[in-house]
Design a protein around this ligand. Structure first.
Ligand code: 0L1
Ligand code: MG
Length: 257
């Protein structure tokens, strides 16, 4: 039996992102399963690397119940981050570059020495050099932000842009820090880092599990977005967005009017 055409699906998703134009879901029609979807994701990101972008890290997706409920998918997934997706802290994005952008408050890790494939993470503070508050901008390439699990994996887990606040040494506890998402100075979402798999440190275990399964080596110096502490909120033109994480500080970005 002939499997789904990985290169063709990656091309459709890449073109949708480049032109900021939504497309219909692809998995049901092409018979895409989750493993094939990760192959599409790799091809989709390779398309970016071929035009000069650099891989700078990974993001975990759907690490909280709020996020799973928001999109109707209940499995932790991951995607790849490139340098072009990074927005300076306090920097500006153009909503016109995206289809239906949403923002969510996250915790970021700066990776240090990682265990080899199959080894336990061991001391978190050896694997992670620093932590920071972050904002992830997600943008599904599918119409109405609606997708199945293989669809969203193939679409690089809706990765589009991210901003990272100041790095700090890993604090004693990361498991129950208050999180706010503010839009134009008003609180839009309230949460806790406990929403990220009970403790954001578990996101790294999940990342290493997926790395072992898909043969990816996590690199020293990479950014690792552990996941969102709340549901995501639509990003409107002109909005000022701040993610505030207790003990870690603030990350922010602005959308052009
Ligand atoms: O980062 C995330 O949790 C997003 C994963 C994909 C689902 C979505 O687009 O909300
Ligand atoms: Mg996210």
């Amino acid at each position: 039996m002939i499997g789904p055409d990985v290169a063709e699906i990656a091309e459709k998703l890449g073109a949708a992102a480049d032109s900021a134009t939504a497309i219909p879901q692809l998995a049901a029609e092409t018979g895409l399963d989750v493993d094939a979807a990760y192959a599409v994701q790799a091809a989709l990101v390779q398309r970016r690397l071929d035009r000069g972008e650099r891989l700078v890290g990974l993001k975990m997706g759907l690490t909280s119940r709020a996020k799973m409920a928001q999109v109707g998918v209940d499995e932790v997934i991951w995607g790849r981050l490139t340098d072009v997706m990074r927005v300076p802290d306090g920097g500006t994005v153009d909503t016109g570059d995206f289809i239906h952008p949403r923002v969510e408050p996250e915790v970021a890790f700066l990776l240090d020495r990682l265990p080899g494939p199959g080894e336990p993470v061991g001391a978190f503070t050896r694997a992670v050099r620093a932590v920071a508050p972050a904002i992830e901008l997600i943008d599904s390439r599918y119409a109405n932000f609606t997708f199945s699990l293989p669809d969203v994996v193939a679409d690089n887990t809706s990765a589009a842009a991210f901003a990272i606040g100041p790095w700090s040494p890993v604090p004693d506890g990361l498991d129950n820090l208050g999180v706010l998402l503010e839009i134009d100075g008003r609180v839009a979402q309230v949460g806790s880092t406990a929403a990220i798999l009970g403790d954001p440190r578990r996101a790294l275990d999940e990342g290493l599990r997926l790395a072992g399964r898909y043969g990816v080596r996590l690199r020293k110096g990479w950014v690792f977005l552990a996941g969102a502490a709340t549901a995501a909120v639509p990003l409107r033109p002109g909005a000022h967005v701040r993610a505030v994480v207790e003990k870690l500080g603030t990350a922010s970005l602005k959308a052009l009017p």
